[in-house]
Write a protein that binds this ligand. Structure first.
Ligand SMILES: *Cc1c(COP(=O)(O)O)cnc(C)c1O
Length: 228
């Protein structure tokens, strides 16, 4: 079957499994622009990239192709020296991966440069894996939350994001542990700060667990674009 039709069929099938409150970010980091166009033509609007340079390239192609209502989600590790570039992305809907206080401070300093008002997720390290970024301590998470609430003008504090443990024999059990931890952290912040926050968790291999844990956003690439 045609590759584009394949993508559209898998997208449709995945969406049919999602409650209407859950948003699907189609992760395109392995995909050429043509594949994004296929998904867009099937009515999909939310796309995620994890590298600033590829995001800039694809966002430009999207504008050139008249896909003006596309919504981009930045989901990768962000280095402070790439903030200026990220700010130029048209239709940047959200950043899911604000993973430390330094980065947040640098983002806030440069917020006027952002073309779009952008929603911010704080990334939480729920797996405990050393090589992963993300906030670990509740005191730091609260400090970041307060900073965003007080100083974010172009930015709004939108939610919390996490990734489950990668190196484990029991992927699904670890996903459940990580995702329920993210949910408890969210519940705690909501009640302490009197705010409302979204959850971003679940990828191709573990989104079913994230759905059970009540996520608002799942970020899925492989299952849509490669069919694995
Ligand atoms: C790549 C990536 C995803 C999607 O992963 P798949 O396994 O391809 O679905 C989701 N979130 C982040 C942060 C990623 O880097």
């Amino acid at each position: 079957m045609d590759h584009c039709l394949d993508i559209q069929a898998r997208l449709k099938q995945l969406k049919s499994k999602l409650p209407s409150t859950v948003s699907l970010v189609a992760v395109t980091k392995y995909s050429p622009f043509e594949d994004i166009k296929c998904a867009y033509q099937a009515g999909h609007r939310d796309f995620g990239e994890n590298r600033v340079d590829s995001l800039i390239e694809k966002a430009k192609l999207a504008i050139d192709s008249g896909m003006n209502d596309i919504r981009w989600h930045f989901i990768g590790h962000l280095q402070s020296n790439k903030i200026n570039k990220l700010a130029t992305v048209p239709q940047l809907f959200s950043i899911h991966s604000v993973d430390n206080l330094d980065l947040l401070q640098n983002l806030i300093k440069r917020q006027e440069q952002f073309l779009s008002a952008t929603k911010i997720f704080l990334e939480i390290n729920t797996s405990g894996e050393e090589e992963k970024g993300g906030f670990r301590h509740l005191s730091e998470i609260k400090e970041a939350a307060q900073m965003l609430l007080q100083e974010g003008q172009r930015f709004s504090f939108f939610g919390l994001m996490t990734m489950a443990t990668i190196r484990t024999d029991d992927v699904l059990a670890e996903a459940e542990r990580c995702f329920s931890q993210l949910r408890s952290t969210r519940d705690y912040l909501e009640s302490q700060m009197n705010i409302s926050l979204k959850l971003s968790m679940g990828m191709s291999g573990d989104y079913s667990v994230a759905l059970k844990e009540g996520t608002d956003f799942i970020r899925v690439g492989t299952a849509i674009f490669k069919g694995e």
